[in-house]
Design a protein around this ligand. Structure first.
Ligand code: OSB
Ligand code: MG
Length: 370
């Protein structure tokens, strides 16, 4: 196949509730969707996970759109027999911008698999058709408000709770959740909000038998994470720091983490995400699938990935209703604490075109140079 058209569509979706992290509060998502159409008339969709502002990582949604339009798509025009494995090599000259690259690769992969009729999960090497679901719980107004939120998610059947933490919201929320809900699978995520000088504070979490502490220190602080790991009993899991399979191998070799969070957008695409999975598996390091408040499109891809063998812990793969009043695909639902892996060709989901039309703020169509 060859690329015939690329459509960049921005959609605006309010979250069902504000989501507060150490880097800011997300109230709605300004999402970039990428639709590719091949010379054979087959379409594929990708979702860019960059958020509106460069607060989680350096990427942000408008920047991603500009990079895709001006630097990435021009490198794909005229690539003969374009398949997903050819996308990253064709884009390698452009430094960074992994979320932008991942969105484009996802769209090409969806088109490729829709053309051959193969489900994404099967293509990636999935070994299960449903995965246990966890939920990421934002920083709350108060401890009672947090307990209410957690109680609701547990009642829905979520198999693991992740609490966002930040300076001033560390021990009290974790202690309160443990006291109220007992021995549930529980972990925390700091989004890089601490320094090595906070080791004493973070060490207090060792009393609560957490599954892991996610990204306590800055993205670049691999050496410091290794030093912190020697001071804590709680396993360190890295999110922001793991930008590639090589970064994962380095982090593991340094002793910076014992668990890895995999997000396809953060590492430049689903194929690199699979390589991160493979490197971790080869080192005996369990992984789980992170989330970026995706729509059903990104969720479909995450679920296919999370069905690989070394995804040993429940992921941040939650039901549509945890995020949206109305998703842009058929809604994903929790079934006995699990999310079903889509089984149709490609991503295996259908977009709700009418709803998409209502929430679209802009559309850019790109075609090959004459
Ligand atoms: O650090 O895992 C994170 C959302 C946006 C940016 C970063 C993170 C998150 C989440 C939400 O924790 C996970 C989800 O999509 O449910
Ligand atoms: Mg995280």
């Amino acid at each position: 196949m060859e690329l015939a058209q690329v459509e960049l569509r921005r959609v605006h979706l309010p979250l069902v509730a504000p989501f507060r992290t150490s880097f800011g509060t997300e109230r709605d998502r300004d999402i970039l969707l990428v639709k590719v159409t091949t010379d054979q008339g087959v379409s594929g969709w990708g979702e860019c996970v960059a958020i509106a502002e460069p607060l989680y990582s350096a990427e942000y949604v408008s920047g991603a759109q500009e990079v895709i339009r001006d630097f990435l798509v021009p490198r794909l025009w005229g690539v003969r027999e374009l398949t997903a494995p050819r996308v990253a090599p064709a884009l390698a000259g452009v430094k960074g911008h992994r979320m932008a690259k991942a969105a484009l690769e996802m769209a090409v992969l969806d088109a490729q698999l829709r053309a051959t009729g193969e489900p994404l999960a099967e293509y990636l090497g999935a070994v299960r058709d449903a995965v246990p679901a966890g939920v990421s719980v934002g920083i709350a107004e108060s401890v009672p408000a947090l307990l209410d939120a957690v109680a609701g998610y547990l009642a829905e059947g979520y198999r693991r709770i992740k609490l966002k933490i930040e300076p001033g919201w560390v021990v009290a929320p974790v202690r309160a959740v443990r006291e109220r809900f007992g021995d549930i699978p529980l972990q925390v995520d700091a989004n890089a909000a601490f320094g090595l000088a906070d080791a004493g504070l973070l060490r207090q979490l060792d009393a609560f038998d957490l599954l892991l502490i996610e990204q306590p220190l800055a993205e670049e602080d691999l050496r410091e994470h290794a030093a912190l790991a020697r001071l804590l009993r709680t396993p360190i899991c890295l999110d922001e720091s793991i930008t590639s399979a090589k970064a994962a191998a380095d982090a593991i070799a340094l002793g910076a983490c014992r668990v890895v969070n995999i997000k396809p957008g953060r590492v430049g695409g689903l194929l690199e995400a699979r390589r991160v999975h493979d490197v971790c598996a080869a080192n005996g390091v369990p992984v789980w699938c992170g989330g970026m408040l995706e729509t059903g499109l990104g969720r479909a891809a995450n679920l296919a990935l999370a069905a690989l063998p070394n995804f040993a812990l429940p992921g941040d793969v939650s039901a549509s209703r945890r995020y949206w009043r109305r998703d842009i695909t058929e809604p994903f639902v929790l079934e006995d604490g699990h999310m079903r892996v889509p089984g149709g060709p490609g991503l295996g989901v259908r977009l709700d075109e009418a709803w998409l039309g209502e929430i679209t703020s802009s559309v850019q169509r790109l075609t090959p140079p004459a």
